[in-house]
Design a protein around this ligand. Structure first.
Ligand code: GRG
Length: 298
């Protein structure tokens, strides 16, 4: 296992982020620029880092996981572009920059999101083709791709977006709130961790423990996001605050108040950390990240 920190993994992601974006014909240069604009606008890179760290933790080669790490960041970035559109959350600011549609127009922003999504599948498929004659290596990659595809799909972030939209203006139950958080946010975080693990050699117990970690981290991440929307600073967050209230979103603070939300965030963070307790220092990158995310300002 490499002795990498969060920043080491993040630097690797940044260095290779554009490597798997297909070369486009010069006639499609606006599409390429719109995709690159949002991809390189910043972002914490939590999902690709988790994927690389999980691969490393399970004894895989970090370099082998790069196409999948970049793919999950492409999918995440596409979802942010689409989420910001006027027909969805109608946001002007993302990652500290004007949103994609504010710069390139609505139609191009839709297409930039579409382009990023298909680039993700192209990156993973191209990698899998290289291992056609190696059943063991191919199986790991198919498993990783399956996890990412599932998290990105109609049981993952797309379902979450639908539930998030439809729950607006409704008096929502805790069950609905949990469903939104699990699909909208946790699904892709779980996908990142499980995909990375599959690229290594996890035993069943390791995979189960990493999954419990990711599920709890994902929920904690969204509760922190909900809290930040109430009390965060726009300059620090790189996006507008108070949008959940304006859009009448179903959030943890809206249903339970800030105090209760903070307590639940702490409980989920501790549960995530405990899930990896038996691995001591080997799991440090995960446990440190969980603690940092619980107090993040953006
Ligand atoms: C399929 C259109 C579509 C949307 C899917 C992901 C999503 C649903 C909507 C984006 C908005 C949102 C609040 C999602 C919840 C997950 C979340 C907190 C995303 C922001 O992730 P960060 O903080 O963003 O990791 P950066 O910019 O750091 O990458």
């Amino acid at each position: 296992m490499e002795d990498y920190t969060f920043e080491d993994y993040k630097s690797l992601v940044e260095k290779h982020l554009m490597d798997f974006i297909p070369d486009v014909d010069h006639k499609s240069i606006t599409l390429y620029e719109a995709m690159k604009y949002s991809l390189t606008a910043g972002g914490k890179r939590i999902r690709p880092v988790l994927l690389l760290a999980a691969c490393d933790f399970c004894g895989g080669k970090v370099e082998d996981a790069l196409p999948y790490a970049c793919a999950i960041e492409y999918i995440h970035t596409y979802s942010l572009i689409h989420d910001d559109l006027p027909c969805m959350d109608d946001d002007d600011l993302r990652r500290g920059m004007p949103t994609n549609h504010k710069v390139y127009g609505e139609a191009m922003a839709v297409l930039a999101g579409d382009g990023l999504q298909s680039a993700a599948y192209e990156a993973m498929n191209r990698d899998m083709i290289l291992y056609f004659d190696n059943a063991v290596a191919l199986k790991k990659r198919i498993n990783a791709s399956y996890e990412i595809t599932k998290g990105a799909g109609c049981r993952g972030i797309v379902a979450g977006q639908v539930a998030d939209m439809e729950a607006m203006d409704r008096s929502s139950s805790k069950e609905m709130l949990d469903y939104i958080h699990i699909t909208k946010t946790s699904a892709l975080i779980v996908a990142a961790v499980r995909a990375g693990a599959h690229l290594g050699n996890p035993d069943d117990e390791m995979l189960d423990n990493l999954t419990v970690f990711a599920e709890n981290l994902g929920l904690a991440f969204q509760i922190r996001d909900d809290i930040l929307d109430v009390e965060g600073l726009e300059e620090e967050m790189g996006k507008k605050a108070g949008m959940d209230l304006i859009n009448k979103k179903v959030t943890y603070p809206a249903l339970y108040g800030l105090e209760e939300s903070r307590k639940w965030l702490e409980t989920l963070t501790n549960t995530a950390i405990d899930a990896l307790g038996q691995y001591y220092d080997n799991a440090e990158v995960f446990t440190k990240l969980a603690r940092q995310l619980a107090i993040r300002g953006n």
